[in-house]
Design a binder for this molecule. Sequence first.
Ligand code: CP
Ligand code: NVA
Length: 305
Amino acid sequence: MTDLLKMLDLSGREIFEILDLADQLKFDQRRGIPHRYLEGKTLAMIFAKNSTRTRVSFESGMFQLGGHAIYLNARESQIERGEPVEDTARTLSRYCNCVMIRTYAQQEAEELARFADIPVINGLTDFAHPCQVLADLMTIRERTASLDGVHLCFIGDGNNMANSLIVGGLKAGLRVSVATPAGLEPDRAVLDFAGQYGEKFTLCHDPKQAIAGAEVVFTDAWTSMGRERGEAERRALFAGYTLTEELMALAAPGAMVQHCLPAHRGEEIAADVFERHAAEIFEEAENRLHVQKAVLCLLMGGKKG
Ligand code: CP
Ligand code: NVA
């Protein structure tokens, strides 16, 4: 692994290598065992979109690993004024050991990686959110022990989260069922990939059908960052897509709920469902820290031994 740009680039073996190291780092962090594997290393973090979890977990993670993180708001940097991505890439490669980018076009993250001499991590694009899905897989595995054959369901917009969960879930051995409104299906490249998995992947437009028997239920915002235009019309497409207790009754008994956050109560998830599953949702949020520390260690070669 030289960059983390999208789940499509990772092998199943690489996914489990990240999850295993993340488990170890979580254990160390919880017990106060020092793990300063990235001493003297610097991460640049470019943000063209808002963030709470991604910024704070990367910044805290670098600190805990003995390194340092630099926050670069795209709007306040020369990126906003049109400096080409290849020049940003070559400049940051002279100062830093790794760069994380949160932006709109996946192409921009890919270009950054092409021109940078240092690893690039995708901290969310319109197409993908790989750091989140690695944290999600970690959280599920903590509860189910094995991911093999676990039934994961996603109900909502065919967005970056849907794209990444489908690919990451299938690569890690899960069964994946998805319900999106017609016209808001996941990306074509993702559906082509999922097509190789036969009955392990299903896509429909009926949340009740997709959730039937699911052991892990995901949802996400109906309006992702950058998609705010026509929000009212979009919302009308999601009738019947709110994750309510009635819908959850169709999932497997004791099913988990996962949400990458921020959550919009009364839209994609009912407030009572959110609160009943808050423990696992905030465990998922915490696991961003551990899984990203693992990614940083593996990419910067700071892993012990
Ligand atoms: N889930 C997630 O990426 O959260 P932020 O937008 O707060 O970073
Ligand atoms: N799909 C959401 C995820 C936020 C973490 C967005 O892109 O805004």
